[in-house]
Design a protein around this ligand. Structure first.
Ligand code: GLP
Length: 309
């Protein structure tokens, strides 16, 4: 496990966005090689999406060859409801980036047969080659997606009933009215997340400090479902100082001491623009070389230009 401890929520979102940017670019996605990204909703990740949108608008990152699968969705509110996760994803992310709508996947909480919808979702993930990187948040009681306390750690995508703690936490999006928060949801299971080749969790704020402690320092436990990630070979928690308040001092010191080395994952920060420029330069050299031009002159010059970058 990696635990990245940063000063504040903004730095957390920026670090995570930079990491995703590098992961996608270095994966070299293309028409025959899509990068499959699992995605969360929630207030923690709003700034994370804003950063990714910024990279995309600047031409540093492209989602053309990215497929996304969201974690969860409410049952029984219209897709267009401002608080549906569908609306959240379109308003905060999808409509601002160059992703094709058919490459975005969200569970349909209004499906006639909810169980069939969940089964089909698992199949779609499989058909996409599995999830390369699942990004998630954590609820106050350490839940991941909507895998409420007591969820099987072997669970798959299914219908769940929300716990009162979650209904209370989410009431803020429904004018504080508990009765307006849907009680049923569709969610990927813990095992669905564990199948991803990599998982990254964003967790910020003192209110999540107990959850972070239970999830990373206590044992694997179905009451704090994100603790299952202790058994995942490639998990990164990105958190702010406030969220570490319940951790042991030696845990915090150890991981803070590793920050410089962990930062190598986001530095240098790659850019699709630069990658394309380099490829264009290489092509130029190739064309010049194949055209049997004066290689001694032009070829060497171009190669030097590539070297400089
Ligand atoms: C909901 C979502 C979770 C998310 C959590 C945290 O419960 N189902 O996937 O991690 O909210 O939300 P926030 O970031 O608003 O605290």
């Amino acid at each position: 496990m990696k635990l990245i401890i940063l000063d504040n929520p903004l730095e957390v979102c920026e670090w995570a966005a930079k990491y995703i940017r590098n992961r996608i670019i270095l994966f070299h996605p293309g028409p025959d090689r899509y990068f499959t990204l699992g995605l969360p909703t929630g207030s923690t990740c709003v700034e994370f999406y804003r950063k990714l949108v910024e990279y995309c608008k600047n031409g540093d990152l492209s989602f053309k060859y990215v497929k996304t699968f969201n974690m969860d969705e409410y049952v029984g509110i219209p897709r267009e409801h401002p608080e549906s996760f569908h609306s959240f994803m379109w308003n905060n992310f999808f409509k601002h980036i160059d992703i094709s709508p058919e490459n975005t996947h969200l569970l349909n909480g209004n499906a006639f047969n909810l169980e069939a919808e969940c089964e089909a979702y698992e199949k779609k993930i499989k058909a996409a080659g599995g999830i390369e990187l699942f990004v998630g948040g954590v609820g106050l009681q350490g839940h991941i997606a909507f895998n409420e306390p007591g969820s099987s750690l072997q669970s798959r995508t299914r219908v769940k009933t929300l716990a009162m703690d979650t209904i209370r936490a989410n009431a803020k999006y429904f004018n504080g009215d508990l009765s307006k928060v849907p009680q049923l949801v569709l969610t990927v299971g813990v095992a669905t997340i564990m199948d991803a080749r990599e998982v990254m969790i964003l967790i910020t704020g003192a209110q999540k400090a107990l959850a972070l402690y239970m999830v990373v320092e206590e044992g694997v436990n179905h009451m704090w479902t994100a603790s299952a990630l202790q058994k995942h070979p490639r998990t990164t928690f990105v958190c702010d100082d406030d969220a570490t308040m319940e951790l042991r001092v030696k845990t915090v010191k150890y991981f803070k001491g590793l920050l410089e080395s962990h930062n190598k994952l986001v530095e240098p920060l790659h850019s699709i623009k630069e990658k394309e420029e380099k490829e264009r330069d290489l092509e130029e050299v190739h064309v010049v070389a194949c055209g049997k031009a004066d290689l001694g002159k032009v070829g060497t010059l171009d190669l030097n230009r590539i070297h400089d970058k």
